[in-house]
Design a protein around this ligand. Structure first.
Ligand code: SF4
Length: 505
C-alpha cells in the first residue's frame, strides 16, 4: 500500500503551477509554429510570431506567459490503495500548494480569484481556492492533471441542452463566431457531449488536458463518432477564417477534443470550453517516493523566430497626439506606441463611472489620452512591471460611451473585438480602439519603460497606472469610422478559404 506524504503533495502542486506559468506544453509550441509557417495573413502571422517569441522569453526568464495567470483547475485520481501521512485534507494540501505557487518569491503570479462572486468580489490574495475534481480509481498512485485557466477563455464557455435530433456541428459553428476573439485564438476547443448538464461541462474541461494530436487522427482516420466530430469540427471551424486573435486567417483552432458520455433519451447536453494562447497544463503522478520531478523542456523546441520593428508600422507619439491624427488611422493599420498611457480595467471603470454619475472630478485627466485595459503581474527584481498583456475589451463596452463623452479620452487599447454599441460610441466620438496580442504579455511588458500608480491604489492590479511605453505594437481594430477589423477580416478569409459561403449580415 502506497503512503503519500503531505509535503510531497504540496511541493508537487507548487512546482507544477510554477512550471506551467512559464513553460507552454511542447505540443502547443509545435502546433503554433506549424500554424505560423502556414499562415498567409500577415496580421495573423505577426500575432503568432508574438505568441512564439513571448513563449520563448517566458521559458528563458521564468516569468508568466500571460498577465492572467489563471484560476487553478485540478483533476485528481486517487488510487484505492493509497493512504496519506498527513493531518490535512487532500483539498487543503492542494490549496496550500496553490498558495505557495502564486506567492513564490522567485516568480510571483497574479492572484485573480475573488471570493463572494456576486457580492464584494474580494481578492483572496493567494489565488485560492482551486477548482478540484476527484475520481477514485484502482491502483497505488495519486495522479494529477493541473491547469491554470485564463479568465478570458473561460468566459467564452458555452452550454446548451440540444434536442436529440439537433446537429452538434451546426451548434458549434453557430457559437464560434459569436464567441469572438476574447478567448485569444488559436487554441484548442474542448467539447463535452452527453451525461447531464454538469457532466457535459466537466467532459469539455477534462478533454482540454490532452495533448494536441489532430494530425495523428487525420492520418489514421476516425474510429468512432467522437473522432468523426473532432475531424469535422476542426476543418469547419478553421474554414470560418477567424484566425489568430480574430484578425482573419487560416488557423483558429489547433485541435478539437470531444469527450462523450451516455445520456438520457430526452437530452443531448453540449458544452464547449476553449483553451487560449496561454494553454497551461501538466500531468504528474505520486507513488510515495517523493515529490514529482518535472523536467525542464529543451529550449531548442522553440523556433528561432525574429520579431521586431519591420519598418511597416507607424510610429505614434502619445504625448503629442491629436484627435485629427487618431482619425487618420484605418482599421488594420499597425502602430508602435510611444509615450504615456493610462491603464484601467473593470473595477477602475466602474468606480470612474460612479464618480462621473455623482458629478465628481476624476483623479486623472484623460484629455487626448489613451487607456490600456490591463491588470499586470507585480514586477520582480529590476522589472518595471510584470507581464502586462491586454484584457478582454468587451467587458469595458458599457463604460465606453461615458468615458469618451465625458473625459476627453480619444482611444483605448485592449484585446479582441468590441460590441456593436461600443463601436457606435467610438464612431460618434471619432475615437479609436487598438488591439494588442492576448497571450504575448511578457513581450508587451518589455515595451513598458516606467510605471507608477496614479489613482485607486486600493484596487491592486486593477489600479490606474501611468505607463511610459516605447514601440508598443498594436493594430487599429476599430477606426473612427466605426470599421472593425474583427468584422471585416474573418469574412475576407472565410471567402479565401472557400469552404463555407460568406453570408452578409
Ligand atoms: S492568453 Fe488571453 S484568454 Fe488566455 S489567459 Fe491570457 S489574456 Fe486570458
Amino acid at each position: 500500500m502506497t503512503q503519500i506524504r503531505q509535503d510531497d503533495v504540496i511541493q508537487s502542486i507548487t512546482d507544477a503551477l510554477q512550471y506551467i506559468s512559464y513553460y507552454h506544453p511542447e505540443d502547443f509550441i509545435e502546433s503554433i509554429h506549424e500554424a505560423y509557417n502556414r499562415e498567409e495573413n500577415p496580421a495573423a502571422k505577426d500575432a503568432l510570431a508574438q505568441i512564439l517569441v513571448n513563449s520563448r522569453m517566458s521559458a528563458v526568464g521564468h516569468r508568466p506567459l500571460c498577465q492572467d495567470t489563471g484560476i487553478v483547475t485540478v483533476f485528481c485520481r486517487v488510487g484505492q490503495n493509497v493512504t496519506f501521512d498527513t493531518e490535512m485534507a487532500l483539498t487543503d494540501m492542494i490549496n496550500e500548494g496553490v498558495r505557495r505557487a502564486y506567492k513564490h518569491p522567485d516568480n510571483i503570479l497574479r492572484a485573480s480569484v475573488l471570493a463572494d462572486p456576486d457580492g464584494k468580489r474580494e481578492n483572496t490574495k493567494d489565488n485560492t481556492p482551486a477548482v478540484i475534481h476527484y475520481d477514485i480509481v484502482p491502483g497505488d498512485t495519486l495522479s494529477f492533471q493541473v491547469a491554470a485557466k485564463g479568465g478570458g477563455s473561460e468566459a467564452k464557455s458555452r452550454f446548451a441542452m440540444l434536442n436529440p435530433s439537433d446537429s452538434v456541428v451546426d451548434w458549434v459553428l453557430e457559437q464560434i463566431p459569436v464567441m469572438g476573439a476574447g478567448w485569444c485564438p488559436p487554441g484548442m476547443l474542448g467539447i463535452g457531449i452527453g451525461g447531464t448538464a454538469e457532466k457535459a461541462m466537466m467532459l469539455a474541461k477534462e478533454s482540454l488536458m490532452e495533448p494536441i494530436d489532430i494530425h495523428e487522427l487525420q492520418a489514421r482516420g476516425a474510429q468512432n463518432r467522437a473522432e468523426e466530430l473532432r475531424l469535422e469540427i476542426f476543418e469547419k471551424v478553421n474554414a470560418l477564417g477567424i484566425g489568430a486573435q480574430g484578425l482573419g486567417g487560416l488557423t483558429t483552432v489547433l485541435d478539437v477534443k470531444v469527450y462523450d458520455y451516455p445520456t438520457h433519451a430526452a437530452n443531448k447536453p453540449m458544452a464547449i470550453i476553449p483553451n487560449c494562447a496561454a494553454t497551461r497544463h501538466v500531468d504528474f503522478e505520486l507513488d510515495g517516493s517523493g515529490p514529482a520531478h518535472l523536467e525542464a523542456p529543451n529550449l531548442e523546441v522553440w523556433p528561432d523566430i525574429a520579431w521586431g520593428n519591420d519598418g511597416k508600422s507607424k510610429q505614434v507619439n502619445l504625448d503629442t497626439i491629436t484627435p485629427e491624427e487618431v482619425q487618420s488611422w484605418k482599421s488594420g493599420d499597425t502602430l508602435l506606441l510611444n509615450g504615456k498611457i493610462y491603464t484601467g480595467r473593470d473595477a477602475a471603470h466602474k468606480r470612474m463611472a460612479d464618480m462621473l454619475a455623482k458629478g465628481e472630478k476624476l483623479p486623472v485627466d484623460f484629455t487626448n489620452k489613451f487607456i490600456y485595459y490591463v491588470g499586470p503581474v507585480d514586477p520582480m527584481g529590476d522589472e518595471v512591471v510584470g507581464p502586462a498583456g491586454p484584457t478582454t475589451a468587451t467587458r469595458m463596452d458599457k463604460f465606453t460611451g461615458t468615458m469618451l463623452r465625458e473625459t476627453g479620452l480619444i482611444g483605448m487599447v485592449g484585446k479582441a473585438e468590441r460590441g456593436l454599441e461600443a463601436i457606435q460610441d467610438i464612431k460618434e466620438n471619432q475615437a479609436v480602439y487598438l488591439m494588442a496580442v492576448g497571450g504575448a504579455a511578457y513581450l508587451v511588458s518589455k515595451a513598458i519603460r516606467s510605471s507608477r500608480v496614479v489613482a485607486f491604489e486600493d484596487l491592486g492590479m486593477e489600479a490606474i497606472y501611468e505607463f511610459e511605453v516605447k514601440d508598443m505594437p498594436v493594430t487599429v481594430a476599430v477606426d473612427s469610422d466605426g470599421v472593425s477589423v474583427h468584422h471585416t477580416a474573418p469574412k475576407v478569409w472565410q471567402a479565401k478559404i472557400g469552404k463555407i459561403p460568406v453570408t452578409q449580415a
